[in-house]
Design a protein around this ligand. Structure first.
Ligand code: RB5
Length: 150
């Protein structure tokens, strides 16, 4: 299970902040909050790079209980940026099944959410599924290993 979260968001993600922090608490997941904390307009790549660097370093050290949680308006800019980092597999998920499959089949280690696309309920269930679903391994190992072109 994933037990340590590196959290980052831009101003577009703030609406989901309370429910996500509450969900992390309910799941007993520790988290480090890399911001943003207020409504000022910021640039999502700054936050995505910070979170992705932390996740990449953790997974390079076999600390696979660490995951990233990135929130912006759509989730897309965060995912595009985070996926530029080696060993980072960021997935935009709009519901629990998407999150479950991203973990089980793709060994995703960063969950990206779009606060303009989903509300509190789907965000909570997607985060819960992401945290609780283990990577399935087996036939997926070769495919996941073939993702990187670095
Ligand atoms: C910010 O306006 C918005 O572009 C950002 O939150 C995100 O949706 C980008 O992918």
């Amino acid at each position: 299970m994933l037990t340590h979260c590196i959290l980052g968001m831009d101003h577009g993600g703030l609406a989901l902040r309370p429910v996500l922090i509450g969900t992390l608490g309910a799941l007993a997941v520790k988290f480090e909050d890399l911001g943003v904390h207020g409504p000022e307009s910021v640039d999502y790549p700054d936050y995505a790079h910070r979170v992705a660097e932390r996740v990449a370093a953790a997974w390079a050290s076999a600390e696979r209980h660490v995951f990233g949680l990135l929130v912006c308006g759509s989730g897309q800019g965060m995912a595009m940026t985070a996926n530029r980092h080696r060993d980072v597999r960021a997935a935009v998920c709009e519901h629990a099944l998407a999150a479950e499959l991203a973990r089980a089949h793709n060994n995703a280690n960063v969950l990206c959410l779009g606060a303009r696309l989903i509300g509190a309920g789907p965000a909570e269930s997607a985060l819960t599924a992401f945290v609780q679903t283990p990577y399935a391994g087996g036939r997926h190992d070769g495919r996941v290993a073939a993702i990187d072109v670095f």
